[in-house]
Design a binder for this molecule. Structure first.
Ligand SMILES: C[S@@+](CC[C@H](N)C(=O)[O-])C[C@H]1O[C@@H](n2cnc3c(N)ncnc32)[C@H](O)[C@@H]1O
Length: 175
């Protein structure tokens, strides 16, 4: 399932950002999406992945098949990159895990150069509203809430896309 979501997210990324030079995947896991993007973006100079779990980064480094791929342990809420460092930021099925989602989105906006693109994919659906009353209290799991947070973080030009099954959606936006 994660590979299908990543493949569709890669297609979506290519449709909004045809030739980014610097790409970041936040919550990159094993780096599968970045390896797909490396193949789709031959002109890219750097494809960076960051993940909170050291074991994921170890696996991603071992699987890296392109010298432009770089992986680092870190969190969305505190990205270890300077302002304007990337032209495209992607993130698939990680956002729901971020401890502070607005802080993470602000960081994504900060590291994107003006005109840069965000592709954010996760479980976003009214079907998930009951979960907000229990274990996922406070999480942004509906389009409305995510759109509010993206606006507050400085993103504009939001467009929503059905990515996988009923509840996996992606939102694209620019800074
Ligand atoms: C379900 S996995 C998805 C991994 C990958 N993006 C994919 O689509 O296969 C969620 C990932 O988010 C990472 N993660 C959780 N909280 C994070 C945070 N605050 N910042 C960065 N990564 C985080 C986890 O370590 C995990 O690798």
């Amino acid at each position: 399932m994660h590979h299908d979501i990543a493949s569709r997210a890669a297609e979506l990324a290519v449709s909004v950002a045809a030739a980014p030079r610097r790409v970041l995947d936040v919550g990159c896991g094993t780096g599968y999406l970045l390896r797909l993007l490396a193949a789709r973006y031959p002109q890219a100079a750097e494809l960076a992945g960051i993940d909170a779990a050291p074991s994921m980064i170890e696996t991603a480094r071992r699987a890296a098949d392109d010298p432009r791929l770089r992986f680092m342990v870190g969190t969305a809420e505190r990205l270890p990159y300077p302002d304007d460092a990337f032209d495209l930021v992607v993130s698939t099925t990680s956002f729901d895990h971020w401890a502070d989602q607005i802080a993470g989105l602000r960081e994504c906006a900060r590291v994107l150069a003006p005109g840069g693109h965000l592709v954010l994919a996760d479980q976003f659906s009214p079907l998930l509203v009951p979960t907000l009353l229990a274990g996922r209290r406070g999480k942004a799991r509906t389009r409305r809430r995510v759109s509010q947070l993206l606006g507050a973080a400085g993103f504009e030009g939001l467009a929503w896309h059905n990515l996988y099954e009923l509840i996996i959606k992606a939102v694209t936006a620019t800074v």
